[in-house]
Design a protein around this ligand. Structure first.
Ligand SMILES: Cc1cc2nc3c(=O)[nH]c(=O)nc-3n(C[C@H](O)[C@H](O)[C@H](O)COP(=O)(O)OP(=O)(O)OC[C@H]3O[C@@H](n4cnc5c(N)ncnc54)[C@H](O)[C@@H]3O)c2cc1C
Length: 241
């Protein structure tokens, strides 16, 4: 499908969101990705194709890509994306992917490394919207109430430039079962999990971020005795050279 650029927004020092109008109808589930083609001049070895999560939520009716762009050492694809003008188009295929919440049937721990926040932004914005319009089958409850589903988001960043922070803070005010733990310049370790999610053995884990981060979280969770069937991963290839 052809997506037309509506707008772009600088989220932080080196992270941008690109807003596209899709040709209707595009149906997707929060957390899914699309595959994009952007032919451009002086293409480097990484080529013209990329995967990006749809960081917008389905109710928002726009396809949004949120990505890190290093203006100096970044790929030719990212530079071409940044140079795209309003009204210009990009080709996309999908949506696809199973990094989604089918129904709220458990307690969840979302672990995001940097730009790995994109699927969680989509999932939480959609949940927040639905909790106001149509109550989910199993409502979210406040932390401390074990009757209903809870979500803990552990969001780790290298510095204070945290993508979607204001928005996530707003969502956490109106989505009662959501607790957010921000980490800056610290590694997520056994204590982070135990302190923030005391009942971690009864949770389903979703991990999203660069490959090396997802792999190290997998190791950590396995050491803590979390079963593989209770862990889902979203690998953001291309950030570990
Ligand atoms: C399912 C899925 C969902 C994803 N969702 C997202 C998302 O929502 N947001 C997101 O940002 N990414 C996402 N990714 C990752 C995305 O597809 C890119 O791989 C990633 O953004 C890196 O982009 P890039 O290759 O353009 O490199 P850049 O981001 O430009 O650079 C990353 C690093 O690679 C180095 N580099 C760049 N070009 C080259 C080159 N030619 N040779 C050697 N080194 C180079 C840079 O110096 C930098 O250190 C997703 C991936 C998957 C599989």
């Amino acid at each position: 499908m052809e997506l037309t650029l509506l707008d772009k927004k600088q989220e932080t020092k080196n992270v941008w969101s690109f807003y596209f109008t899709p040709p209707p109808p595009v149906l997707w589930t929060a957390g899914q990705f699309m595959v994009y083609q952007l032919p451009h001049e002086k293409q480097d070895v990484r080529g013209k194709m990329r995967f990006f999560t749809i960081s917008s939520a389905p109710f928002e009716n726009q396809i949004v890509i949120t990505t890190k762009i290093d203006a100096k050492s970044g790929s030719s694809f990212k530079k071409a994306l940044l140079e795209l003008k309003k009204g210009e188009t990009i080709q996309a295929k999908g949506p696809d992917g199973n990094f989604v919440i089918d129904s709220l049937k458990s307690n969840y721990v979302f672990i995001a490394g940097g730009i790995g926040i994109t699927p969680f932004r989509s999932i939480l914005a959609q949940m927040n919207h639905e909790s106001k319009t149509a109550p989910p089958s199993k409502p979210l409850a406040t932390h401390g109430n074990n009757q209903e589903s809870k979500i803990t988001l552990i969001y780790s960043n290298k510095d204070e430039d945290v993508v979607f922070k204001d928005e996530l803070d707003e969502i956490s005010k109106s989505l009662p079962g959501l607790k957010i733990k921000y980490l800056t310049g610290e590694r997520i370790d056994r204590n982070t999990i135990k302190e923030n999610v005391p009942d971690y053995q009864n949770c389903i884990f979703y991990i999203s971020g660069p490959n090396s981060m997802v792999d190290s979280m997998m190791e950590l969770l396995k050491e803590l005795g979390v079963l593989e069937k209770d862990i889902r991963q979203d690998y953001f290839h291309g950030y570990d050279n």
